[in-house]
Design a protein around this ligand. Structure first.
Ligand SMILES: Cc1ncc(COP(=O)(O)O)c(C=O)c1O
Length: 410
């Protein structure tokens, strides 16, 4: 085999759906990633809201070691294993929901939630037209045929249409939008309490309460997608908690198993009662190794003292970002988000600033063309937060302010 000399050659056999940075990461330590040249990068992406406990957290490492020593990585759902049962119980207790279905990713969790909602809407077999799903403008729910249909990004959807039929989008800030729909055709409404990919856009509590009121009034399932904003990221275990709203279905994934692939759909007993054996399934869902790691992650994150720290560090981060914004008011137009899920809206495309930050040792990710997302590990230190904002400021100052003609078009 020919020697691989360039990054292009090394990647020649990977499908070109991603455009990764040139760094080759070989090690993780807390909030830091190390590349093969020994350079250290402060990771304010957490693998896009996944590694909530940072890299190499002792609880995750220990759970993995114990799991490996037991020799029990996979058995299939033909058989019982203890970690999934314990995890389902803990998730139910924490969420106030009753039943849990485990899968392997966010997209799969959304897909399953849509199936369960339809099944529930058609309970008794007398509502065949009740299959529509209402989604919100700016939503991102995944890239499978159902989750993509309820994702408000034409660029992602159009090349693959037709997708799941029945998706309709409404503007969450328009109080009349739902009233214009025919509820008898609708099985579910799906919403992210804080839109992640859509620009770190929190849904006001009053809007969330209005969505709950409308769905309850018409017997429509309310699905809350907390795949990105859930599990401690906003300073409460679930992002919808402060609103007092109880969803019928809740989707989780990204941080659930500390970096291992896992998704979960939580639901009320009423929804669960509509789902029959064989209605849905997935070979790897709730395997003993991922579930054991998720149990360890949940143990850490659900601790009230841990969540209080997330809130405190979120305040520090916001304070520093506000300072940064006040020094560059013509370039930084808005600071959004909650807890350790923050967005910085720029009056220019964010890609050059993200690139400049990376050159200075800080990893960031965009959310749309004009928002920089900050998703540090929930274990980030105060000092690391200060370092990150200092680097971000240096990056903003290193990128020349664009002329009017170069400003963001959309
Ligand atoms: C809110 C939300 N839902 C669903 C998904 C899809 O998750 P996955 O990429 O694991 O399929 C994402 C991914 O970014 C997300 O942010």
């Amino acid at each position: 085999m020919a020697t691989v000399t360039t990054a292009e050659e090394a990647r020649a056999h990977l499908l070109g759906v991603y455009a990764p940075t040139p760094h080759l990461f070989v090690q993780g330590e807390g909030s830091w990633l190390l590349d093969d040249q020994g350079r250290r990068f402060l990771d304010f992406t957490s693998g896009i809201a996944v590694t909530a406990l940072g890299h190499g957290h002792p609880a995750v490492t220990q759970a993995l070691k114990d799991s490996l020593e037991s020799g029990l990585i996979h058995t299939s759902n033909l058989f019982r294993t203890a970690p999934a049962e314990a995890l389902a119980r803990k998730l139910a207790i924490h969420s106030g929901l009753d039943r849990v279905f485990f899968c392997n990713s966010g997209g799969e969790a959304v897909e399953a939630s849509l199936k369960f909602a339809r099944r529930s809407a058609r309970r008794g077999g007398n509502a065949p037209d009740r299959f529509g799903v209402v989604a919100l403008r700016g939503a991102f729910h995944g890239r499978l045929f159902g989750s993509l249909a309820v994702t408000d990004r034409a660029r992602y959807r159009e090349p693959f249409e037709p997708l799941m039929p029945g998706a309709v989008f409404v503007d969450p800030m328009d109080p009349e939008a739902l009233e214009r729909l025919d509820p008898s055709t609708i099985a579910a409404l799906i919403a992210e309490p804080i839109q992640g990919e859509g620009g770190v856009q929190p849904l006001p509590e009053a809007v969330l309460q209005r969505l709950r009121e409308w769905t309850t009034r018409h017997g429509i399932a309310l699905i809350l997608d907390e795949i990105q904003c859930g599990l401690g990221r906003t300073g409460t275990l679930f992002a919808h908690e402060p609103s007092g709203v109880r969803p019928d279905i809740l989707t989780l994934a990204k941080p659930l198993a500390g970096g291992l692939p896992m998704g979960a759909v939580l639901m009320t007993e009423e929804v669960a009662q509509a789902v029959r054996p064989g209605d849905h399934g997935t070979t790897f869902g709730g395997g003993p190794m991922v579930a054991a790691v998720a149990l360890a992650v949940l143990e850490e994150i659900a601790d009230p003292a841990f969540l209080a720290e997330v809130r405190r560090k979120g305040e520090i981060l916001t304070g520093l970002l506000e300072g940064l914004g006040s020094r560059h008011p013509e370039r930084i137009t808005e600071i959004r988000g909650r807890g350790l899920m923050r967005g910085l809206r720029l009056a220019e495309p964010v890609a050059p600033v993200i690139q400049a930050a990376q050159e200075r040792g800080l990893l960031l990710v965009g959310a749309g063309p004009d928002v920089i997302r900050l998703l540090p590990p929930l274990t980030v230190t105060d000092d690391e937060i200060s370092q990150a904002v200092r680097i971000l400021e240096a990056a903003v100052e290193a990128v020349p302010s664009p002329t009017v003609s170069e400003e963001v078009a959309s």
